[in-house]
Design a protein around this ligand. Structure first.
Ligand code: HDD
Length: 709
């Protein structure tokens, strides 16, 4: 039976005398008033049974409404208040429940309970998000992705509120409102939405050289991930681990996706936003509901003051990384997401992450961005959730025992019981502080003058930006140049374009020249003044490339198979069996809604009609058709796009003999390469599926770009 109200207080009052109703006890022990059949009676929020939910109370059939229609008044009142303010940043997000499993004891580094016992599982809730767009914006906006993890530890909640990029735009939190104002819609016109391709963003960026490392990251394919499941996460800042002797070790947190990294192409992102604006949330939903639980490994870079002192950059500067080749991360546990929320609003919308939520054994560094964040997140929750009692919401409440004397306020649900609501008290009632078990901040010695300062050690803004760029594979470098060109092409003020390219000259001359030429510059600007000259001696870090960290297999990915009437059922079954064996999934696309009739007369159900299933929704495609159906298929513009797009997005394409005509019609038949595979092929279908693990034939890209295909 459907459960209506979950508020425990509803259950208590429902036992009151109810006339003329049958009572039925629900799964949770609650009592429902039962109408005819097994359906609970619709009630008001006060529990009053409703007789007519179709018509307002009025005088005569064509007369006015009367004010004593309390049911209508309550219903519309509640509806009018359904929305809460969306997050000022990271408004669009999607969350899931799961657990974190510790690999081994980290007692030598931290007394945090979560890291003491191998195999210990801690419940978690994760919310992924885009930063700039509003709540209803499209998933494939070019944007940083939030990666916020709430661990419900036995010592209270620990929130690791990170991003899918390990550096940030600014070094000091005081610049955050300016950054976000510049990135979001212009205040006079309220567009453009969910994109940085506009004057105000690049104006701010071009006047903020500290953002240059982040600019390389956001112009890379990191900001157009294929799925939340295939992206990294980072705590960004340097934090501290503190052990039971009070000793501190610096730490940077990294999440590594088990299935490898993967992004889409920009042209693909643009089309996905139209074809399926919910692409990322749908992907997570289907993976979890299908039992293919996404998994990340938590890895840590651990270092001491001595390492920090000799490292090339300041470890407190959030615009810098410590390359993994210099300090290899240590795996310490895994995160598995295995359950979708029961209700999006109650959980994903109301979840309140706060960087200042740390358990004993985890502490902050003096990173000025982190310290500013610790200030901001509490305020924002009060604004959004409307009451200091937001910790009473189940998604935010600790799952460990808790006891304090905070009371009252809007929607208070857990007030202290008894007479004593203060401490110390001589009644011996209530909780007491515990110097041994409580949080004690690391006893760092601090000194200096009080002033608004930026350290000299934060002054090199270009060297790591260059290091990121030279660590990319050639296709990834091309994408950075193309992204910069696209974004700056939308900037209307020539001086902003020039200032940006002037910074690029300090990063990589070829990159700057490519972008300058594409923007039609008659002459290149002078390189921007740099407080510290760009270091040319930093080694490339292959760990920064998505292509280098791609998957080994097609596992977890999706093949789109375009089928028509007359399809060879044996070939189709062979292909789908090989995909399933690979732990990948497939969807069928047909010219008409519903499906197709195979050559042996069997009906094959398809998930998409061709207009609704473009190839951008899939990691690879196949076209299986028949001599009888191919002529009709050739007439379909969407079928031609299906192949042409897959080809220009450098995807693998499998095709059977009849489908060759479609490749010709799509204009790609003269440029076939190793990524376009005749099926079943000499090596068989499993060999085709094995190839798919490479995901893209990047070698094809330059020719596609030049229009030679
Ligand atoms: Fe922030 C939300 C990540 C800098 C102020 N931030 C928010 C979320 C993520 C991040 C993932 C969404 C949490 C959720 O899903 O509910 N923010 C970051 C990272 C930063 C960062 C990785 C830099 C390293 N943020 C930052 C600064 C400030 C804020 C410097 C303010 C000074 N962030 C906020 C906020 C938000 C937020 C206004 C909006 C909604 C919320 O907090 O809950 O307080």
């Amino acid at each position: 039976m459907a459960k209506r109200a979950t508020n425990p207080s509803t259950r208590q009052t429902s036992t009151a005398t109810i006339h003329d109703q049958t009572l039925l006890r629900g799964e949770g022990g609650e009592l429902h008033q039962i109408a005819e059949g097994d359906v609970p009676v619709l009630t008001t929020a006060q529990g009053g049974p409703v007789a007519d939910d179709q018509n307002t109370l009025r005088v005569g059939p064509r007369g006015p409404l009367v004010v004593d229609d309390f049911h209508f008044r309550e219903k519309v009142f509640h509806f009018d208040h359904e929305r809460i303010p969306e997050r000022v940043v990271h408004a669009r997000g999607y969350g899931a429940h799961g657990f974190f499993e510790t690999y081994e004891s980290l007692a030598a580094y931290t007394k945090a309970d979560i890291f003491q016992r191998p195999g210990e599982k801690t419940p978690t809730f994760v919310r992924f998000s885009t930063v700039a767009g509003n709540k209803g914006s499209a998933d494939l906006a070019r944007d940083v992705r939030g990666f916020a993890v709430k661990f419900y530890t036995r010592q209270g909640n620990w929130d690791l509120v990170g991003n899918n990029i390990p550096v940030f735009f600014i070094q000091d939190a005081i610049k955050f409102p300016d950054l976000i104002h510049a990135a979001k819609q212009d205040p006079d016109r309220d567009f453009p939405q969910a994109q940085t391709a506009h004057d105000t963003f690049w104006d701010f960026i071009s006047l903020t050289p500290e953002s240059m490392n982040m600019v390389m990251w956001i112009m890379s394919d990191r900001t157009i991930p294929r799925s939340f499941r295939f992206m990294e996460g980072f705590g960004v800042h340097t934090f501290r681990l503190v052990n039971d002797k009070g000793e501190s070790t610096f730490v940077k947190f990294h999440w590594k996706p088990k299935l490898g990294l993967q992004s889409v192409a920009w042209n693909e992102a643009v089309k996905i936003n139209g074809a399926d604006p919910d692409f990322h949330r749908r992907d997570l939903w289907h993976a979890i509901q299908g039992g293919d639980f996404p998994e990340w490994e938590l890895q840590v870079q651990l270092f001491d003051q001595e390492f920090a002192d000799r490292f090339d950059f300041d470890v407190l500067d959030p615009t810098k990384i410590i390359p993994e080749e210099i300090l290899p991360p240590k795996p310490i546990g895994r995160l598995v997401l295995d359950r979708m929320p029961d209700n999006f609003f109650a959980e994903t919308e109301q979840v309140a992450f706060m960087t200042q939520n740390v358990p004993p054994g985890i502490d902050f560094s003096n990173d000025p961005l982190l310290q500013g964040r610790n200030f901001s997140y509490l305020d924002t929750q009060l604004k959004r959730l409307g009451s200091p009692n937001f910790t009473h919401l189940p998604i935010n409440a600790p799952k460990c025992p808790f006891a304090h004397f905070q009371q009252d306020g809007h929607m208070a649900m857990h007030n202290p019981v008894g007479r004593v609501n203060y401490e110390p008290n001589s009644f011996g009632e209530g909780p007491r502080e515990s110097p041994t078990r409580g949080f004690r901040p690391f006893a760092a010695e601090e000194h200096g003058i009080k002033a608004r300062l930026r350290p000299e050690s934060f002054a090199d803004h270009y060297s790591q930006a260059r290091q990121f760029y030279i660590s990319q594979t050639p296709p990834e470098q091309r994408h950075i140049a193309a992204a910069l060109t696209f974004e700056l092409s939308k900037v209307e003020t020539p001086a902003i374009r020039e200032r940006t390219v002037a910074h690029l000259l300090n990063i990589d001359e070829t990159l700057a020249t490519t972008v300058g030429q594409k923007l039609g510059f008659k002459a290149m600007p002078k390189p921007a003044d740099a407080a510290v000259p760009t270091r040319q001696d930093l080694e490339p870090s292959p760990a920064l490339s998505i292509v280098e960290r791609g998957p080994k297999r097609f596992e977890g990915r999706k093949l789109g198979i375009l089928v028509t009437d007359g399809v060879d059922p044996t070939l189709l079954q062979g292909l789908t069996a090989a995909i399933t064996k690979e732990k990948a999934v497939f969807e069928l696309i047909a010219p008409k809604v519903g499906g197709v009739t195979a050559a042996d007369g069997t009906w094959i159900k398809a998930q998409h009609m061709i207009d609704g299933g473009p190839s951008v929704l899939f990691d690879a495609v196949a076209v299986l058709t028949s001599a009888a159906a191919i002529d009709d298929l050739l007439q379909e513009a969407t079928a031609r796009d299906f192949v042409a797009d897959a080809f220009q997005h450098c995807k693998f394409i499998g095709y059977d003999a009849s489908a060759l005509a479609l490749l010709e019609k799509a204009g790609v038949a003269d440029a076939l390469d190793e990524g376009v595979v005749a099926l079943p092929g000499e090596d068989g279908l499993e060999a085709f599926v094995a190839k798919l693990g490479k995901l893209r034939v990047w070698g094809r890209e330059p020719s596609v770009k030049l229009g030679k295909a």
